[in-house]
Design a protein around this ligand. Structure first.
Ligand SMILES: NC(=O)c1ccc[n+]([C@@H]2O[C@H](COP(=O)([O-])OP(=O)(O)OC[C@H]3O[C@@H](n4cnc5c(N)ncnc54)[C@H](OP(=O)(O)O)[C@@H]3O)[C@@H](O)[C@H]2O)c1
Length: 353
């Protein structure tokens, strides 16, 4: 009988890649990480990454069924899914009990009813950090966002800043990550534009200046690959020197919106018109679009868009973790191809035969 243990001589545990379990294996206690928001876009990559490294993973989300797809990412019993809202302090305390590490990935892009930025990004984040502090959790990661700023015109960005401060107050050793727009197969950014290219004859972006001038190419972004983001988080859970740090996570290049639209056009093989519109139109459109069940645009998002999303040079980033940022030209084509005309995909398949 093999024992899949990670106990080291000092009585602590070490982490190493998971071996394939064999019949009769006994899984010894691993380090336990609780991931709030583990079923989301970034969370699913982190769950898989940490499970592969040998962590026991407790995924804390509201909708357990929607998170069930994560179970096969680990050995039997390695991934547990627990129903909890970050707004429920008692539930949060139960979810972090016994954990060696906690990661809070919960965030929202628009407010709805009681799910306000204050409730989720500040009060919820406070609940999680306080519970982790009370439970003596050794490693703590809080997910913020690039552009978190108490003076931002955007309520989202102000709440991300307030959340960081609340987490810091409860748990000074917390490690905080501020990613730029994150790209990957399930992202909400490139997929949205890919869908627009599929459905509409033109794809539009918004700009503060005349779109027909060289400076009118829209706000700038520095998209970062989801795999690089989770690699940094994973390393911060075991490495040294990350306590109390704030990291900005951004990709290797800055793009303006017109360039991003060209990439979308090229990878969807759609050749749509690319139209730059003044932000005034975005503001008017957002007044109506904000009432959609999952809004395409809200007035607060327009304020964020105006700012762009580029790393400052004031904070360390992926280089600290020895990560060379992945370029989006390598990854984005792999999932934007689903928006290509059917004929295109058929032809590609035939060519591949
Ligand atoms: N994606 C990006 O481009 C990007 C960029 C910058 C920063 N960020 C930040 O990174 C974090 C993760 O982003 P993401 O894109 O992965 O988000 P996401 O896909 O929207 O996932 C959110 C996750 O949080 C859970 N959740 C929502 N409300 C909850 C609550 N009240 N209690 C417990 N769990 C709750 C959701 O599951 P249930 O609905 O089942 O609860 C889901 O697992 C967020 O803080 C976000 O602000 C993301």
């Amino acid at each position: 009988m093999r024992v899949m243990g990670r106990q080291n001589r000092g009585g602590g545990t070490t982490l190493r890649p998971r071996a394939t379990p064999q019949p009769g294996d006994v899984i010894m206690t691993e380090k336990l990480v609780t991931i709030f928001g583990g079923s989301g876009f970034i969370g699913r990559y982190l769950v898989r990454r940490l499970a592969a490294e040998g962590w026991r993973v407790r995924v804390a989300v509201r909708d357990v069924e929607r998170a069930a797809f994560l179970r096969p990412a680990g050995d039997v019993g390695q991934i547990a899914i627990t129903p909890v809202s970050v707004s429920d302090a008692a539930g949060v305390a139960a979810a972090v009990a016994g954990a060696d590490a906690v990661v809070n990935l919960v965030g929202i892009l628009f407010e709805r009813g009681k799910r306000t930025f204050q409730a989720i990004h500040v009060d919820g984040a406070t609940n999680v950090a306080k519970a982790a502090a009370a439970a003596g959790v050794k490693r703590y990661v809080h997910m913020s966002a690039l552009g978190a700023d108490q003076n931002s015109p955007s309520a989202y960005a102000r709440s991300k800043d307030a959340g960081e401060m609340a987490v810091r107050a409860a748990l000074p050793a917390a490690t905080i990550f501020r990613p730029s727009v994150v790209f990957g197969t399930e992202d909400g950014f490139f997929n949205l534009f890919g869908w627009m290219a599929q459905v509409f004859p033109a794809i539009t972006f918004f700009t503060n200046t005349n779109p027909h001038t060289p400076s009118g190419d829209g706000p700038k972004f520095q998209p970062v690959y989801v795999g690089d983001v989770v690699e940094a988080i994973a390393q911060s859970l075991t490495g040294v020197g990350h306590a109390g740090k704030i990291y900005e996570l951004a990709g290797p290049r800055v793009y303006d919106m017109r360039e991003i639209m060209h990439i979308v056009n090229r990878e969807t093989r759609r050749d749509r018109w690319i139209i730059g519109l003044p932000f005034l139109i975005a503001e008017i459109a957002a007044l109506f679009l904000q009432f959609m069940p999952k809004p395409l645009l809200t007035p607060d998002q327009v304020k964020q868009l105006r700012q762009g999303n580029v790393a400052t040079s004031r904070r360390p980033g992926l280089a600290v973790f020895g990560i060379t940022p992945t370029t989006l030209e390598v990854v984005v084509p792999t999932y934007l191809k689903r928006f290509r005309p059917l004929q295109q995909n058929k032809r590609l398949r035939l060519q591949a035969r």
